[in-house]
Design a protein around this ligand. Sequence first.
Ligand SMILES: [Zn+2]
Length: 426
Amino acid sequence: MSAGDLNIVHASALVQVHDSGTARRGATQGELDIITDGAIAIRGGIIVAVGDTHSVLSEHFDHDVPMINARGRTVLPGLVECHSHPIFDGERHDEYAERLGGASLAEVAAKGGGIWRSVVATRAADDTTLLARLTAAYARVLAGGVTTLEVKSGYGLTVAEELRALRLLDASRASTPIQLAVTFLGAHVVPRFSEVVGDLGDDVVQRGVDYTHLIDTEMLPAVVAQGLAEFQDVTVEDGFFTPAQALQLIRRSHQLGLPVRVHADAWKPSEGWRTAVQGGAISAEHLTYTPDAEILDVGAADTVAVLLPIAELIYMTDRRANARLFIDQQVPVAIATDYCSSIHATSLLNTLATAAPWFRMTPGEVIVGATLNAAYSLGRQATCGSLDVGKRGDVIVVDCPHPEEICLAVGAPVLDHVVIAGTLHS
Ligand SMILES: [Zn+2]
């Protein structure tokens, strides 16, 4: 036996989510390609066979290769989490308690709450503290079935602090078997102060202009020069960054060879979806307040709509992202946790189960949203997101006889095994 060799056999349902070369949209969003009495063979960390148990074992049975009997269970691709902000320090549970007690967002912000509070705490935290928090978070994320994880910076907001966050995210690969995709999120919020231009002043509009200029001319070029990120993420939101400022940063990012993700319409209709598609972003995330008229007007798109049910639940939004309309318009939809300083959900398995009734998506649609479509949103489809020969052997085994049952098991401890590159991690 060598490292990364594994056979998984006799799955009641092996959910292949076969990758036919494109993200799934429209009627195909919910297709799971289930193989009954399914099996998978992994050698040297790579999937070498997928099919019914009899045919896989006839070619790949080997006494020396470990075997998992998945009888009565569902085998799925390792889940792909495509929206998280794990590098932060400080606590914000008191803000949530205040909001649950009736306080508005503005009232919480007036008392010093919000993202800015995490920026202050994160800047003050030393590297060891931040790395320890990352390690602890990754263990929880893994326990939610995730084998590939996108991780954003964005609680630094100066050149030096954003670079430090990205370096720590890169270093944190040593503390987890999860495959990480690192995203630079300098344009998270507009800070009050900048190390370069000092106090950015009381003029909110001018502050946005000055900070966008700083990202454009210093922060982003430094990130690219140091090779620290796979993506830039830009917030398009009324009161944060305008569509014009976002498009400026998106264009610069593409000039520098860095694909773009967009935080869009989380709090208000802000033309975020239209801007993301217009700019050629690989994904647009949140989309809670994107108006139906804008979704209809933009129509079909390759930009993946990443929807975040737990964020809407915890933020108590009075609208939900219109998943059905995105699917009707032939937009690929993905589901993610939005783990961050104000949302401590780490289980993508529970999040996809929540997403089904929250967005009125079928079990098939949410599972595709947390596997293949999420992989496409990360440009990682060559290595993960489906159980296809040639991809990395990232697999989860769930104690449910059929994948639809996962949506009935919210919060239940149904995850039996997490396999990354053919190696068992739980
Ligand atoms: Zn976010």
